[in-house]
Write a protein that binds this ligand. Structure first.
Ligand code: ZN
Length: 203
């Protein structure tokens, strides 16, 4: 069984995590958004759902102790250790080809949605829906008037989260390739930072 997987910059990878195992997700170089998805290994129609998780934890930000629920409201994972100082998000939907085109990009652009689909195909699954990701190592901010922004998120090199599987899972992480120069949108440090790899370890 694979116990360590490197997710190269701009790409996605999957890993099986059995019930009771812990997955450590590390960002070796700091600010690099990790789009995180989890599927029931026995039934990939059941996947981690951010909206079901918000309403049960009374929070739109994952914290130590947060239990992530599936769309069937069953516990899938628990955030056991947060060594990234709370710089996480559950609001920003996964980037796809069209998001880059909306910002004026011409031609194919690596994106987390396609990274997820490709990663699940490596396990033999064609999934019909791209779920709302948990974005580790990426901050979002909601102002009182509802304005949404992604402020600078200084995340230390080597920051990590540790997550316990509460059922047998296929976990997919995409090292978000967002590199556009957009005012108020500093995901992965915006255009100023190099995109980097992420590491998944069973610990
Ligand atoms: Zn992305």
């Amino acid at each position: 069984m694979t116990s360590s997987v490197t997710v190269p910059p701009r790409e996605g990878r999957g890993i099986r995590v059995n019930q009771g195992q812990r997955l450590r997700l590390t960002t070796p170089k700091g600010s690099q958004c990790a789009d995180f998805f989890a599927f029931n290994a026995q039934n990939v129609q059941e996947y981690l759902s951010c909206p079901h998780t918000w309403v049960t934890n009374f929070s739109i930000v994952p914290r130590e102790g947060t239990v992530f629920l599936s769309r069937f409201r069953r516990p899938m994972l628990k955030l056991v250790t947060d060594a990234a100082d709370g710089a996480h998000d559950m609001l920003i939907t996964t980037c796809d080809q069209f998001r880059y085109e909306l910002f004026g990009h011409v031609g194919p652009h690596a994106n987390c949605a396609d990274n997820l689909l490709t990663s699940m195909r490596r396990f033999g699954y064609e999934i019909p829906v791209v779920p709302q990701a948990v974005n580790f190592f990426a901050k979002s901010h909601v102002a009182e008037d509802g304005t949404l922004s992604s402020p600078p998120n200084p995340v230390a090199a080597g920051a990590y989260v540790e997550i316990e599987a509460l059922m047998d899972l296929i976990v997919v992480v995409s090292a978000c390739p967002f590199d556009m120069d957009v005012e108020g949108w500093e995901v992965s440090g915006g255009h100023r930072h190099e995109l980097s790899e992420l590491i998944m370890d069973i610990v």
